[in-house]
Design a protein. Structure first.
Length: 555
């Protein structure tokens, strides 16, 4: 079905290859997870399958890529349109219409299908992904997760035999991600689809993928069954983060409580060794954290609606205090991004008010608020417009009137912090999704705002870089500043957040310490807590949020 034959590719203007001597074969109806560090070649590999490399992304190449026996260098991307459906890392990049229905129908119209057939396929795909109610919704009004579902619906509508998904769950809440993967597997079985998934969050998808291919620096460094790759004695690349149940199995194995293979799911782990957990000592239920400092932002009875008149925020009351890392969570479309844009004045309340250091945001210009509240958008492209990474970061500092010497020092600091030194003179939009995310972060962090608001900052980040980012954010809080982290990354919140604000349909569903809020949530409970659920009472189960919590119970 798909075959890479000693294929190498180097983007125009780049010194090192994005792919190097890749030899790989993917059979029809196979499900393959492609993992690896950011910038390791995963997205490039997928763009080779539908001919975007080399016909759209120019460069030099050697070797061949065959899809259904067709050489992608000899056939144009349009010839693969009905063979290969692709959902890009940034779904906005493939949206061309003004509303959901027209966008899903666009590819079908270009294939010249009959109107009644187009209508039927659009209905089927919207229903499959649970977004029928969004049919008439303008694309501009969708959340990131909703856009991801629309992009997938558009790809499925042409009924390809190969489906390539680049970070398909990165903007989905846990329940939507689970529902998406279940629907995808049902579709794969029913249609015999070949599915190729790129994901950093292995805990969400690894259990569905019998085969894992690992790329690092453009080379295939591992290729085999899920168990063989995850249990491999060789060191996987630094960017690979093991699923929590796999890490848990290793802890229990080291304690002599587990001798079998690694579990593929929470249910499998619970069935096989859950009852072997020891009782929880009282000290494991206690967690001492420094008390937060002064209140920087106050949100009082905040209401807001977009043009459709439906409230996006309904009476939100909360606060942001220095010294705390506040995680803002909720289902797709629950109002997280809308609330974030009120914190720095990009949106103004319809009712209620937002106070930043005691001043109503309706009375202060956004540029002045930006000195106190820095916002990193969900889509990194919204930040990127300069010719080089260095200029991108310098622009923010010059706008804030930071003197040149200090500005240069801060640029060096954030480039090192986010591992971007080698990209200093690169055009930001030419970088991979994870790299662009880091540039956007660097441009805001360099300004050192009192409150740092990050909308899905770990999306597209490999495991190692995510850990480094969280270490930085914790240090940022310890330095007397505040961090608001908008995320669907439950495991990250379980490890690092001080407090969780959980939104539901524009309202505050819960607001409190992370352990209490996460343990009480059916949707946002971390894997380890789900694993111990049923073996301990509610209070005891709060002690187990991460694999480290379990390991500590054995020491």
């Amino acid at each position: 079905m798909i075959e890479f034959q000693r294929f190498s590719f180097t983007y125009e203007g780049q010194d090192s290859p994005a792919l190097s001597e890749v030899t790989l074969k993917i059979d029809a109806a196979e499900i393959v997870l492609v993992a690896g560090p950011s910038g390791g070649g995963k997205s490039t590999l997928c763009r080779c399958i539908n001919g975007l490399v080399p016909h759209f992304h120019g460069g030099t190449l050697s070797g061949r890529v065959l899809v259904d026996g067709l050489d992608t260098t000899e056939h144009q991307p349009r010839e693969f349109a009905t063979r290969v459906g692709m959902v890009f890392q940034d779904p906005e990049n493939q949206m061309v219409a003004t509303d959901v229905e027209r966008d899903v129908a666009f590819g079908l119209e270009n294939l010249g299908l009959a109107p009644e057939l187009i209508s039927r396929r659009v209905d089927e795909c919207l229903a499959l992904l649970g977004i029928t109610t969004l049919r008439r919704t303008p694309i501009a009004n969708l959340s990131g997760g909703e856009k991801q579902k629309v992009a997938l619906a558009a790809a499925l509508a042409v009924q390809p035999s190969v489906l390539v998904l680049d970070e398909p769950t990165s903007e989905l809440d846990p329940a939507s991600a689970h529902e998406f993967m279940e629907n995808l597997m049902r579709l794969q079985r029913g249609l015999g689809l070949t599915v190729i998934l790129i994901e950093h969050r292995l805990e969400r998808v690894a259990g569905y993928c019998p085969r894992i291919v690992v790329l690092d620096r453009g080379r295939v460094v591992a290729d085999g069954s899920r168990r063989s790759v995850l249990e491999s004695p060789i060191d996987l690349p630094r960017g690979i983060g093991l699923p929590p149940m796999v890490e848990l199995a290793r802890v229990l194995r080291a304690a002599g409580l587990w001798r079998g293979g690694l579990p593929g799911s929470v249910d499998e782990a619970r069935d096989r060794f859950g009852k072997l957990l020891p009782p929880v000592a009282p000290e494991h239920r206690c967690e001492r954290r420094p008390a937060p400092g002064e209140t920087v932002i106050v949100v009082e009875d905040l209401w807001f609606s977009y043009g459709d008149g439906q409230p996006a925020l309904r009476g939100i009351t909360t606060q942001v205090r220095t010294g705390e890392l506040l995680a803002m969570m909720g289902r797709n479309g629950s109002g997280k991004t809308t609330l974030a844009k009120h914190l720095n004045g990009l949106l103004k309340p319809a009712a209620g008010r937002v106070l930043v250091r005691g001043t109503d945001t309706r009375r202060v210009a956004v540029p002045l608020l930006a000195r106190t509240v820095g916002l990193v958008f969900q889509n990194p492209n919204d930040h990127l417009f300069a010719d080089t990474v260095e200029e991108e970061i310098l622009f923010t500092l010059r706008h804030l009137e930071v003197d040149d010497d200090e500005a240069r020092r801060r640029v060096d600091e954030v480039l090192a912090l986010f591992g971007l030194q080698k990209y200093r003179q690169h055009f930001p939009r030419s970088l991979s999704g994870g790299e662009r995310q880091r540039v956007a972060l660097a441009s805001v962090v360099a300004a050192r705002p009192q409150v740092l608001v990050l909308d899905e900052p770990t999306r597209g980040l490999e495991h190692g870089l995510k850990d480094e980012l969280l270490r930085f954010l914790i240090g940022y809080c310890e330095g007397g500043k505040a961090v608001v982290l908008i995320t669907h990354d439950v495991e990250t919140v379980a490890r690092h957040a001080d407090r969780v604000l959980l939104l539901d349909n524009g309202r505050v569903h819960a607001d409190g310490p992370r352990r209490a809020v996460l343990a009480a949530s059916e949707v946002f409970r971390p894997a380890v807590n789900a694993f111990v659920r049923g073996f301990f009472d509610d209070e005891e189960s709060e002690a187990f949020m991460t694999v480290d919590d379990v390991a500590e119970a054995f020491t």
